[in-house]
Write a protein that binds this ligand. Structure first.
Ligand code: FAD
Length: 329
């Protein structure tokens, strides 16, 4: 039977998250030549440019649920929309990003349909016979396991951002998808979001950033993060932090990376004044290239770093910023 895959194409602040395109890439591989790729777009209003972006990357049908109630994320409502899409499409597999919303919605969806669920998948292998295995990290990234689903049920999978190739944009002539409206019934709500207070805003999403410049206790103060912010801004990256830096009040906990913080897998991770405790490594050791700046030559961060600079971060970071500025201008 040809495989039907439904992707929840999540948006953040009105724009499609990059993980939506990565999930679409995975969906195209799972569906193969004969299968169907469906995308679900949840929008409070106009969805034209996002719909076109999904069609351009190979979605066969983009199901659009648009209603003003969708302007504020409420898991009960979003789950009702996803269930409406599942009931309409009857997919074999549903893919979501392993984001805050994806982590909340996927288990609820699996419970609602008595479906199998694998979370935080970093790779999907599709065999010649169409069988698929899903790789996920264990023990904070110290081991990986491959899982496959037993036949008979729907598969619900969340995909870790920044680990899979985004679906490539198709030539105009290759696009054959269409958009369809999706209706849904608003469920009975037990709670309501009255307001959202943003504690750290404006910066690129840490979990999807290509470049992360992170500071630890060695940064010494909130002002000490300023050189790191300048470097991140110049490189188009995001600022992260160790838990010690957050505990010390140098920055917001929203920036914490590690076992009890966010997991990041950027192309480039620059760790400044971070010792490299195992709990910090759990959140960043999957980064493609790791650069460490630390004045202690024996700091454990150098064991995982591809490039290590022994020195004072307050001298090194401005030098790096000036050099990148020269190279980029
Ligand atoms: P430190 O270990 O104090 O290291 C500071 C480093 O800065 C040192 O290596 C020092 O040489 C260097 N330095 C100082 N001044 C300079 C300078 N001027 N220039 C260059 N280098 C300098 N930690 C996390 O990060 N994330 C987590 O999610 C997390 N979860 C945890 C969960 C549990 C259950 C527990 C028990 C701990 C957790 N921790 C976590 C804490 C973790 O164990 C470490 O304490 C923490 O990561 C240390 O942060 P740090 O490297 O910034 O500080």
């Amino acid at each position: 039977m040809p495989e039907k895959v439904l992707v929840y194409a999540e948006c953040k602040e009105g724009k499609l998250r990059r993980v939506a395109f990565e999930a679409l890439g995975a969906a195209r591989r799972l569906a193969g030549e004969d299968g169907e790729v469906h995308a679900l777009l949840i929008r409070p209003g106009d969805a034209l440019s996002e719909t076109e972006a999904l069609l351009a990357r190979g979605a066969g049908t983009v199901h659009v649920a648009s209603d003003p109630i969708l302007g504020v994320y409420a898991p009960e409502v979003y789950l009702a929309v996803i269930r409406a899409a599942v009931d309409k499409v009857q997919p074999d597999t549903v893919l979501l990003g392993h984001t805050a919303a994806g982590r909340e919605l996927a288990p609820r969806l699996a419970a609602a349909y008595d479906a199998g669920h694998v979370a935080d998948v970093t790779a999907i292998e599709v065999a010649a016979d169409g069988g698929a295995s899903f790789t996920k990290p264990l023990y904070a990234g110290k081991a990986y396991e491959k899982r496959s689903f037993l036949p008979g049920g729907m598969r619900i999978v969340t995909i870790r951002p920044n680990n899979m190739e985004a679906a490539p944009v198709l030539d105009e002539g290759e696009r054959s998808g269409t958009a369809a409206e999706l209706s849904f019934a608003v469920p009975k709500l037990y709670t309501a979001v009255r307001s959202v207070v943003r504690r750290s805003g404006g910066q690129i999403d840490l979990s999807e950033a290509d470049i992360v410049v992170s500071g630890g206790r060695g940064v010494r103060s909130a002002e000490g993060f300023e050189p790191l912010r300048k470097l991140a801004e110049l490189l188009g990256g995001a600022v992260g932090a160790s838990r010690a830096a957050c505990d010390a009040g140098y920055c917001d906990y929203a920036l914490q990376i590690g076992q009890t913080g966010k997991t990041v897998t950027p192309q480039l991770y620059i760790a400044c004044g971070i010792s490299g405790a195992i709990q910090h490594l759990a959140g960043m050791s999957g980064s493609r290239i790791i650069v460490a700046v630390n004045k202690d030559p024996d700091a454990p961060i150098f064991d995982v770093a591809d490039y290590g600079i022994v020195g004072d971060l307050f001298e090194i970071v401005p030098l790096l910023t000036a050099e990148f500025d020269r190279l980029l201008s």
